[in-house]
Design a protein around this ligand. Structure first.
Ligand code: PGA
Length: 249
């Protein structure tokens, strides 16, 4: 059956000293849930984070990568580089990447292919903007993002794909989707997957919710049938808050 996952997206926060401190604090926390725990520090701290968490049930994952294997792409990081330091999961398509760096559905589909071909698992992010929700277009926007980013894959590839529904209006705003809104969308996503790949595949894929998940709302959101965990931004920068969320299952 699908796994519960809590992934902390550190975004562009924490230099080496802060990374060391936060990892030390994370290792002191007690995990009481069965959730898979992931953290995504910046590229410069991935190796340190990976080394420091080797003996712990914390997976270090990347926030992004390029779709090419190598070449003249100044400032970019390849799947092979991630693999070379032991990283085997990458976040792709975060709304901040889509918005600020113009990552298109087409580019993301290529990134997905590159990652999977190198045996790197993908946490594929998508979600509607506030105007889409207000105009009732949220489901069709999300359906389109999933289709364009993932529906060229074979069913078998979904064993290495995790979905993360993150309504843009809830990211870093303190405003969360209600547990019902999250459940409705997650059920819709699973139905969309089932229509294309069948119910068995749809049931096997973890669908995370992201957008202002905090210790005080995680339990209710995670209690919903189709919510299999969270992608956590702000609250992942504090070890106690992060583990309160990990343990909210
Ligand atoms: P937030 O970020 O928890 O700070 O809203 C979530 C995310 O961007 O993944």
């Amino acid at each position: 059956m699908r796994k519960n996952i809590v992934a902390g997206n550190w975004k562009m926060n924490n230099g080496l000293i802060q990374t060391k401190t936060l990892i030390t604090e994370l290792k002191q926390q007690k995990q009481t849930s069965d959730a898979e725990v992931m953290i995504a520090p910046s590229f410069t701290n991935l190796w340190h984070a990976f080394e420091e968490t080797r003996q712990y049930p914390i997976e270090v994952v990347a926030q992004n990568m390029h779709f090419s294997d190598d070449g003249a792409y100044t400032g970019e990081i390849s799947a092979g580089m991630l693999k070379s330091i032991g990283i085997s999961t990458v976040i792709l398509g975060h709304s901040e990447r889509r918005t600020y760096y113009n990552e298109t559905d087409e580019a993301l589909a290529k990134k997905v292919d590159t990652a999977l071909s190198q045996e790197i698992r993908v946490i594929f992010c998508f979600g509607e903007e506030l105007a889409d929700r207000k105009s009732g277009k949220h489901e069709s926007i999300v359906e389109n993002q999933i289709k364009k980013g993932l529906f060229h894959l074979k069913a078998d590839a979904f064993k290495d794909v995790i979905l993360a529904y993150e309504p843009v209006w809830a990211i870093g705003t303190g405003e969360t989707a209600s547990p019902e809104q999250a459940q409705d969308m997650h059920a819709f996503i699973r139905k969309t997957l089932a229509n294309k790949y069948g119910q068995e595949v749809a049931n096997s894929v973890s669908i995370l919710y992201g957008g202002s998940v905090k210790p005080n709302n995680a339990k209710e959101i995670f209690s919903k049938t189709d919510v299999d965990g969270g992608l956590i931004g702000g609250a992942a920068l504090n070890a106690e808050d992060f583990y309160a969320i990990v343990n909210a299952f």
